[in-house]
Design a protein around this ligand. Structure first.
Ligand SMILES: CCCCCCCCCC(=O)SCCNC(=O)CCNC(=O)[C@H](O)C(C)(C)COP(=O)(O)OP(=O)(O)OC[C@H]1O[C@@H](n2cnc3c(N)ncnc32)[C@H](O)[C@@H]1OP(=O)(O)O
Length: 142
């Protein structure tokens, strides 16, 4: 989705998301599915250090506080460990700009299991137009 990523020291990746009006769920606040997507992308991006494709196997989100439209969210994500093809990741979100901004408050957390896959995983979709990547990282541009 339309996030900006920076790769920090070690294994941590930081993603920034402008919470646009089109991301609304309940009146005035972000949709939970949008926040889930942002975590999925950030944690998937953290897996890039492995230099192997990954897909999400399991994602668990804790929505700790409402996030108003107009906020800027910072998501910090990392790999916590790997076991064979399994990649354990976690992330947390903070509002860093907007009326509810407080960089000391974690408004949501995520734990995700990613699996490394071979190129054949994606080959199955290559004949479909919808499978054509629309951004440089092969992620969606919502
Ligand atoms: C390049 C930039 C990237 C930017 C970020 C992009 C992020 C976006 C990522 C996505 O959203 S990907 C889209 C959503 N995910 C999918 O479509 C995946 C659909 N599921 C599958 O394709 C398969 O289920 C999957 C590849 C995840 C696993 O199938 P496999 O046949 O490869 O797994 P296998 O059965 O061999 O299991 C391997 C290990 O993983 C474990 N495992 C597999 N799926 C699991 C699951 N869902 N939950 C927990 N554990 C799981 C399994 O128990 C086992 O553990 P052990 O090694 O200990 O035996």
């Amino acid at each position: 989705m339309a996030m900006q990523f920076t790769f920090g020291e070690g294994l941590e990746v930081t993603g920034m998301l402008d919470v646009a009006n089109r991301y609304q769920g309940g009146p005035g606040f972000i949709h939970g599915g949008i926040l889930t997507t942002a975590f999925d992308e950030a944690q998937g991006m953290a897996c890039m250090v492995l230099r192997r494709p990954v897909v999400t196997g399991h994602l668990q989100i804790d929505f700790a506080a409402p996030i108003p439209l107009g906020s800027v969210l910072e998501l910090r994500a990392r790999i916590d460990g790997t076991v064979r093809r399994k990649v354990y990741t976690s992330a947390e979100a903070r509002i860093v700009e907007g009326p509810f901004a407080d960089p000391d408050v974690v408004v949501a957390t995520s734990r995700g299991l990613f699996l490394t896959v071979g190129a054949e995983h994606f080959d199955r979709a290559k004949d479909f137009v919808d499978g054509v990547p629309v951004s440089p990282h092969g992620t969606s541009s919502v």
